[in-house]
Ligand binder design. Structure first.
Ligand SMILES: C[S@@+](CC[C@H](N)C(=O)[O-])C[C@H]1O[C@@H](n2cnc3c(N)ncnc32)[C@H](O)[C@@H]1O
Length: 308
């Protein structure tokens, strides 16, 4: 097997804000990387035993389920209506196992993935190893936190992706402001986050009634975690689509569109895609683009343009 021309590296150090000097990448761009601790644990939990994934291997497995496929294909489909033509420079913040990076590299785009978790980067590298060299040449990997990305990869990108990442930061504003700063004027910012106001739907459709009540914010409801009566689940600021859109707008963007992801399939657990997957995607796409269905989808996909 030919070695992948992608570039990434991991260097020890102690100062996150002043990255070590970079080196030229395969494509001549300087790559920088701050030090990192052990890879973090991913967890998206809304009740006992309901995590979509808890680490990189889990996320790879989730990506192959019907729910994972629906999510990725809807994101790709929405973006194709908004991105400038290839080749343009795309930056995927928290690119995970590289699904969108690979997809858009195959479509002729130059894609840089900025991802803090070395195991996720290893999964991306694995995916790239099977791709044609022309595709691999268009992808670069940088290990780093998205909030440090201006220092790591510079600004002026034609489009920034940040899909399924804001749920992992305590406050969404610092990350969302960085996304806008990274983008050239007129460029595209694509953010996928949880749909906080509709989080009870999955639990309800799965018949998890105590979790449903807690997620609906019923006072005194039995909580989602542990025995006994717990406080109702408080939605996080990053799970509020109106808040996410307002922060992006205040930072100098305007909304082009927003889409719901997984209106009909979110409660289906880990089932694999079946032979009807294309029909499922078409139905989800139609629902995700219109009211009232998109408002109850599990995830919201925001597409903004930087105005200034
Ligand atoms: C649910 S995965 C999503 C991966 C990919 N964007 C996708 O949509 O398939 C979340 C990713 O966000 C990354 N992540 C978490 N915190 C981050 C941060 N502060 N900056 C950048 N990425 C982060 C995780 O390492 C993980 O790869």
């Amino acid at each position: 097997m030919q070695p992948s021309p992608i570039s990434d590296r991991r260097t020890p150090g102690s100062d996150r804000t002043v990255p070590p000097p970079g080196r030229p990448s395969a494509s001549g761009r300087e790559l920088r990387e701050p030090p990192f601790d052990e890879p973090r644990v991913l967890a998206v939990v809304d009740g006992p035993d309901t995590a979509d994934y808890t680490d990189a291997a889990d996320y790879v497995a989730h990506t192959a389920t019907l729910r994972g496929v629906v999510r990725q294909r809807l994101v790709t489909r929405a973006l194709t209506g908004h991105l400038p033509p290839a080749p343009a420079r795309l930056l995927d913040i928290g690119g995970g196992n590289g699904v969108q990076a690979l997809e858009f590299a195959r479509r002729g785009y130059n894609v840089t993935v900025c991802e803090p978790d070395s195991r996720m980067l290893a999964e991306t590298r694995r995916g790239l190893a099977d791709a044609p060299e022309s595709v691999r040449r268009r992808v670069e990997l940088v290990q780093g936190d998205g909030r440090d990305a201006v220092h790591l990869v510079g600004t002026g990108w034609d489009a920034i992706f940040c899909h399924g990442v804001i749920m992992f930061v305590p406050e969404p504003a610092p990350l969302l402001n960085v996304l806008v700063e990274l983008t050239r004027p007129g460029g595209i910012i694509s953010v996928v986050g949880k749909n906080g106001p509709a989080l009870a739907l999955r639990a309800g459709l799965q018949g998890r009634w105590r979790d449903t009540a807690a997620l609906l914010g019923e006072p005194g409801s039995a909580g989602a975690v542990g025995p006994g009566r717990q406080p109702a689940v408080q939605p996080r600021p990053g799970d509020d689509p109106a808040n996410v859109a307002a922060i992006l707008t205040a930072a100098g963007t305007r909304s082009l569109a927003w889409y719901g992801i997984r209106t009909f399939t979110d409660h289906l657990g880990g089932i694999p895609p079946g032979p009807d997957v294309d029909a499922v995607i078409d139905a989800e796409w139609a629902a995700g683009a219109r009211d009232p269905y998109r408002g109850i989808a599990r995830l919201i996909h925001h597409v903004h343009r930087r105005t200034g």
